[in-house]
Ligand binder design. Structure first.
Ligand SMILES: C[S@@+](CC[C@H](N)C(=O)[O-])C[C@H]1O[C@@H](n2cnc3c(N)ncnc32)[C@H](O)[C@@H]1O
Length: 324
């Protein structure tokens, strides 16, 4: 949702279920999600949604308007999965072949290709329902692996893995080509993901060795930053940014330089409110136990998520919005 809001694409949530989000939105939403998100497997056009009864599913497939989905000279494949909570009465392989058979009959000439099909139909059995869609975007999984923390030239234990960093960047809702700042950038885990989605990327860190490492990590992936410089986040040498996305030091992996995280945030939040454009967002990851409540009146808390990292660390992901 944050991605669509950042891309200024209106949407309506139809249904949220395990492993599934159904939206009413412009087709451009698929491109925006595919470009920015690392949290989806596939997205596409919904073709039918019905109860999980085999009869109803197959009757539904017979009614789909296939004209815009596949042509006679194309190959296709049907993949079906079930969520853990779905009924076990139907086997997904049984559904795949029954649906495939109907599509082949209805689209004379179309052939099944399980390895490299032109068209992929994806069905999901969830709760007691079934949804079938035509996949238009799939996530390229390989590129995330190359950017994982240990695969970068410079590693630091405080750095974020790409999926979480990207998620945080998206929650900060940078507009297309917008200026995204990580004022506590460390070795650049967040900067990499902001640059990957085309943000004008800015990073500050109080330690020179971190700044050097972040710049080198960006260079390694041929990514440009508008600036990665040595600066104290509490006195940022910048006037305005569109979004701020960050992971301040907790004093475990990353040094707080004599302050507590709470003290750093107390000084940093008014500064963040100052440099954010009106309506801009700050997405921040902090340990539970640290409070952001009412420290800065210009910033309103929009979202809060809890994420267990390991036994002794649970992060809060908090999104704040600057008043328009
Ligand atoms: C948790 S790390 C950031 C990790 C980074 N997000 C990543 O994914 O690589 C926090 C960083 O804040 C830096 N830091 C601490 N106090 C700071 C301050 N006052 N201003 C700027 N940076 C600071 C530390 O040097 C450390 O590199």
């Amino acid at each position: 949702m944050a991605i669509l809001e950042a891309s200024r694409l209106p949407y309506r949530i139809v249904e949220k279920a395990e492993k599934l989000l159904r939206l009413e939105a412009d087709i451009k939403a698929l491109e925006a999600v595919a470009k920015r998100s690392l949290m989806f497997d596939a997205c596409g056009l919904e073709l039918m949604n019905c109860s999980g009864s085999k009869q109803e599913i197959l009757d539904g497939v017979r009614m789909i308007d296939l004209q815009n989905c596949i042509s006679a000279d194309e190959t296709f494949c049907v993949r079906c999965e079930r969520t853990p909570s779905a009924s076990r009465a139907l086997r997904s392989t049984e559904l795949e072949s029954a649906i495939g058979e109907i599509i082949a009959q209805r689209c004379d000439g179309a052939r099944v290709d399980l390895k490299k099909p032109d068209r992929l139909f994806f069905g999901l059995l969830y709760n007691d329902r079934f949804i079938l869609g035509l996949v238009l975007q799939k996530r390229a999984k390989r590129s995330v692996i190359t950017r994982r923390a240990r695969a970068r030239p410079f590693f630091h234990p405080s750095t974020m893995q790409p999926k979480l960093a990207r998620c945080l960047v998206n929650l900060s809702r940078p507009p297309l080509g917008g200026r995204a700042l990580d004022p506590f950038c460390g070795v650049g885990g967040i900067l990499l993901e902001a640059a990957m989605i085309g943000c004008v990327t800015l990073g500050f860190d109080i330690e020179r060795r971190m700044v050097k490492a972040a710049a080198a990590n960006l260079r390694h992936f041929n990514l440009d930053a508008a600036g990665v410089i040595v600066a104290d986040a509490r006195k940022p040498p910048i006037l305005e940014v569109d979004s701020i996305v960050t992971d301040p030091p907790y004093g475990r992996g990353a040094s707080t330089h004599g302050s507590t995280t709470q003290e750093i945030l107390h000084t940093f939040l008014p500064v963040a409110a100052d440099i954010l454009v009106p309506g801009g967002h700050l997405a921040i990851s902090i340990p539970t136990g640290i409070s952001l409540e009412s420290t800065e009146p210009a910033l309103r808390i929009l979202e809060r998520h809890l994420l267990r990292v390991h036994r002794s660390l649970t992060r809060q992901i908090i999104v704040l919005r600057k008043k328009s």
